[in-house]
Design a protein around this ligand. Structure first.
Ligand code: SAH
Ligand code: SF4
Ligand code: F3S
Length: 474
């Protein structure tokens, strides 16, 4: 996989509400359940989203909060009264991109320009210094305050900021404006209590907070009633979930409860931390057809020495043991990972260990990144920085090796038949695209029309490193 997390994912949250009526069978917004209907205030918003799925989903919730306050979605940034950037700070490039976007609004006085998310949390007041035309800065743990913050600006306030992290609240909304008509996200756990040496997330998202299981299951039911069949449970360490309510479900129990909701045919979850990855998760996948046979289990490095320096809490062998549980399952579970190259002190031997781990596991996809030093992280002051040229060389080598692994793994699927959930149409190519339960993308032809949201059997006729090609079979 060549996709990286710091490519800005431009959320569809800016699209006008009318544009939400896709051909798919499922409505994109949950019904508004507040006692009184929202008052139209004539103002509009546009959100551009960077970063991980949790940010994408936060933007859906922020859009819901604003719609409930009477805002409407603007067709483009120029038409918006409120322009929001939901930002990512995981690597330096991601954070820089936000400032270059903000630069496009230099001197703007007509609109409210706001920065949300991880750069907001990390840079705080500094954002007002670097871009004085920004008037709102709000971190993800404070989104419940957003309506009040916007109201303060509307009644003449010049600058508002909310960056509290000491909250055990998770961001629950009455209405979530879902952009993806096929796959619905539910955040089950916020923040992170690990302290990986390279990572900003514990600083930008705060301590770990799980959501009550009843509230998660009720949301899954509403989604099923609204026509969704696929749910993805989200968390930075999704499998560390601990139900704070008296029911006290563990992660596997919650997974199974969501999978048991009538109408739900697929449940995914991401991201799993190896430390909290237990055999019971594999057993649950085996026992529950609705739980998808895909595990994203980021390893970061194949060298135990580097894993220790990264404070990842497991060794290479412990990680490989967990992989052997997955490989021992009855279902052919697909495994994907994240890898960082060029962590301080990474020798040629350490890097070779990472490459050999790719071979040992046989991943179906890897997101690989060049180590990027981040503020407030312990790795930022570690000696042994790897020169940029060497980091790039390692990344290219690793990506090519992984590409070969994926070519071989996908080639073995040619001739097989898989159920796909159709999620896109490539009109120009006359093709549809869908995902298998193991999250492989299949582009295929079909004599039928209006397939978005349908489950179909597809026979694979060709395979590339990142996707499969096939034909619809009845
Ligand atoms: N919570 C998840 C992932 C968090 S961020 C987990 O624990 O696996 C997504 C990925 O970005 C990480 O898995 C890691 O591979 C990468 N990443 C995080 N910080 C980074 C940094 N400073 N430099 C380069 N890549 C980084
Ligand atoms: Fe970051 Fe580590 Fe937490 Fe993942 S587990 S979010 S990499 S600190
Ligand atoms: Fe980026 Fe924040 Fe997600 S740093 S990866 S948007 S948690």
């Amino acid at each position: 996989m060549s996709r990286t997390f710091d490519v800005g994912i431009e959320s569809l949250a800016h699209q006008p509400v009318e544009a939400q009526h896709h051909d798919a069978p499922s409505p994109a917004a949950e019904p508004i359940r507040s006692a009184s209907p929202p008052v139209v205030n004539g103002k509009s918003f546009y959100i551009e989203t960077f970063g991980c799925q949790m940010n994408v989903h936060d933007s859906e919730k922020v859009a819901g909060v604003l719609l409930a306050r009477g805002y409407r979605a603007a067709a483009n940034p120029a038409q918006a009264d409120l322009m929001l950037y939901n930002t990512c700070s995981i690597r330096e490039k991601a954070a820089q991109k936000v400032f270059s976007r903000l630069g496009e609004w230099r001197g703007e006085t007509q609109k409210i320009i706001g920065v949300l998310g991880c750069v907001a949390q990390q840079e705080g007041e500094e954002i007002f210094e670097r871009a004085p035309w920004v008037s709102l800065v709000c971190g993800s743990a404070s989104y419940r305050k957003l309506p009040d913050l916007v109201a303060e600006l509307e009644s003449g306030g010049r600058r508002v900021m909310a960056l509290d992290l000491d909250t055990d609240e998770t961001f629950e909304t009455e209405i979530t404006r879902r952009d993806n008509p096929i796959r619905a996200y539910i955040t089950i756990i916020e923040g992170c209590d690990y302290a990986c040496a390279y990572c900003v997330v514990p600083h930008t998202r705060g301590p770990e907070r799980s959501r009550a299981s009843d509230s998660v299951i009720a949301e899954a039911r509403r989604l099923a009633e609204a026509g969704y069949t696929e749910i993805q449970l989200l968390g930075q360490t999704v499998n560390s979930y601990r139900d704070p309510s008296p029911r006290s479900l563990n992660f596997v129990e919650l997974l199974q409860a969501v999978a048991a909701v009538p109408g739900i045919r697929r449940v995914r979850f991401t991201t799993s931390h190896p430390n909290d990855f237990h055999r019971e998760i594999v057993d649950a996948i085996d026992a529950t057809p609705a739980v998808c046979d895909h595990v994203h289990l980021p390893v970061q490095s194949g060298s135990t020495r580097i894993l220790r320096a990264m404070r990842r809490t497991y060794t290479r062998d412990e990680y490989l043991e967990k992989i052997s549980w997955i490989r021992g399952a009855k279902r052919a579970i697909s495994i994907t990972s994240d890898v960082i190259v060029g962590f301080p002190g990474e020798t040629d031997e350490d890097f070779a260990d990472t490459v050999s781990l790719l071979d040992a596991v046989g991943y179906d996809g890897v997101f690989s990144f060049i180590y990027s030093p981040r503020p407030n992280t312990s790795a930022a002051s570690m000696p042994g920085a790897i020169p940029e040229g060497e980091k790039s060389r390692r990344l290219a080598f690793l990506q090519e090796r992984q590409r070969q692994i994926q070519i071989a793994r996908n080639a073995a699927l040619v001739g097989g038949e898989f159920e796909v959930l159709v999620d896109a149409r490539h009109a120009a190519r006359g093709q549809w695209a869908g995902r298998t339960t193991s999250n492989r993308m299949v582009n295929f032809v079909s004599p039928r029309e209006n397939l978005l949201g349908e489950y179909l059997q597809v026979r694979v006729t060709r395979a590339g490193p990142n996707s499969l090609v096939g034909e619809h079979v009845d």
